[in-house]
Structures are given as C-alpha cells and as structure tokens.
Design a protein around this ligand. Structure first.
Ligand SMILES: [Zn+2]
Length: 274
C-alpha cells in the first residue's frame, strides 16, 4: 500500500485570523524563511527517494517562482493552497473563485503544467461551503484534499477515505485528512500538532491498520515545522500550543515514517491522469 505525502508550502507568518499576519499587505515586511525551510524538506525527501504533493500558496509561487520550479524539477507534484491563505468559510463563493483562480494561473504558468489538486487553508471546508467543490472543478481542479471528518473542525459526516463527488462540471475526487476512530469521535494523527503529540509507535500502528483495511493514509507537513529558530508570533494560548508545541518532533517523526512506509503524490494515488 502506498500512502500520500503532502507539504503545505507556506511561510512561518501564514496564519489565518491573526491581526497583522492574515493581512497580505504586511507579508512583504516579514523575514522570508521559505527557501531554507523548503530546502530542508526537499533534502529529506531526496534522501528517502520519496515524491510528494506540494500544496503551494499562490503568493509564494508569485514571489519565488524559482523555488516552485526546483520542487517540480525534483519530481514532486505541484498543487494549490489558494493565493492569500484565506479560510473558505470567511469568503463568498465569488471571492473564493477569484482567489483559487489567481493561484492556479500563477502556479500553472510557473510549472508549465495544469494544476490538479487543492487544499484549503486550515482545512476550512465546512458543511455550508461545499459549493467550493463546484468552483474547484469549474477551474479544472480534479481533486480536493481539505475535508476533516471531525465535529470540531470540518464536519463529522465527511468521508473518511478517498471518494468522488459530483459537481456541475464533472466528478471531483476527495482525499480527506486521515483519522482513526477513538470512542465516539475520530482522531487525526498524521500531521501538525496531532503528529507531534501522538507517540510514534501509535502513528505507525494506526497507518498499518488503515493500510490493512485497503486504504491509503495521508501525512502532511509544513516547511515551518522544520524551523526551530523561526520568529514566534504572539498567538492566543491555544493557538500558540497548536502551532509551536513540540515542533522538533515533526522532522524526526517524518523521517521515521519515510523509512517505514512507501509514499507518493496524491494524484498518483488517486490515479488521476490528464
Ligand atoms: Zn496553510
């Protein structure tokens, strides 16, 4: 079984809903750490000969076209993470279309190839923003990887494994965040704070369990999780915990997973060709 490896390509200050940081006009004033942090991720992937999907923020593609070309030249898939890192439920349909279309234009002209996949900033697709799938398909996106089947984050009735949705413009695949059942809820464990908190042996055994059932799991990382020296943003306590807690565990655990499992970009796992 081959699992999905994904990288949300954004810098340390791309945080939604925090004054001073969610305003794109301020972004140019912050220190650019994306090149060196992405380099750490690329080195790790090269070492283990693993190819991943990079969900690239359009803003980064616009600022650093060379970086996106480098990632592509190393054989990774380039997909989109939107342009301005805005949560879906804070946009109108029209605003979302503009944002995603802008990101697709910049990214596809960088790589000279069609962009096939999308991931919403902060997994922000909710039950009342499913119109997003229609808009994505309208602009040629063939898969989304934004749904979280949890009560507190996404929507608890979202799919747990990859599946297809019908839209006005044709079918679109969904590869949801990997979760496991824990009593009456589900528990994420393959990226972000949950990856940093869960014991490594537990993560390995849960991925193996999902693979034994015949399904791929999906791991996600961010370049800023490979940067212990990044400037610390003065976040509210719960978000500070979510963002920075045990940050040095991400490179260590990712390396362990790369040596234990086989990974591929999402489009390969879903068998999407154009
Ligand atoms: Zn993001």
């Amino acid at each position: 079984m081959i699992n999905g490896l994904t990288v949300d390509l954004e810098d340390w200050y791309h945080i939604c809903g925090v004054e001073g940081y969610s305003d794109p006009q301020k972004w140019d004033t912050y220190e650019n750490r994306i090149i060196r942090n992405t380099d750490k991720v690329l080195t790790l992937l090269r070492t283990y000969k693993v190819k991943a999907t990079f969900f690239v923020l359009g803003y980064i593609a616009f600022k650093e076209p060379g970086l996106i070309k480098t990632i592509k030249s190393e054989g990774h898939e380039i997909a989109t993470h939107g342009f301005y890192h805005k949560r879906i439920f804070e946009m109108t349909e029209r605003e979302f279309e503009e944002d995603v279309n802008k990101s697709i234009s910049v990214i596809s002209s960088n790589i000279n190839e069609r962009v096939l996949g999308f991931r919403a900033p902060e997994w922000s697709i909710r039950k009342n923003t499913l119109w997003m799938l229609n808009a994505l398909r309208k602009y040629g996106i063939l898969y989304d990887s934004s749904m979280v089947p949890l009560t507190r984050m996404g929507y608890r009735d979202y799919p747990v494994y990859p599946c297809c949705y019908n839209t006005d413009y044709g079918k679109i695949w969904e590869f949801p965040l990997t979760t496991t059942r824990l009593f009456w809820e589900r528990l994420p464990f393959t990226g972000g704070l949950p990856l940093r908190l869960c014991p490594y042996f537990y993560i390995v055994s849960e991925i193996k369990k999902i693979n034994r059932m015949g399904f791929p799991a999906m791991v996600y990382i961010h370049p800023w999780e490979f940067d212990k020296e990044q400037p610390r943003i003065d976040l509210p306590l719960s978000r500070r915990f979510m963002h920075y807690f045990n940050i040095s565990a991400t490179p260590r655990k990712t390396e362990g997973l790369l040596s234990n499992f086989q990974f591929a970009p999402i489009k390969n796992i879903l068998g999407i060709t154009t």
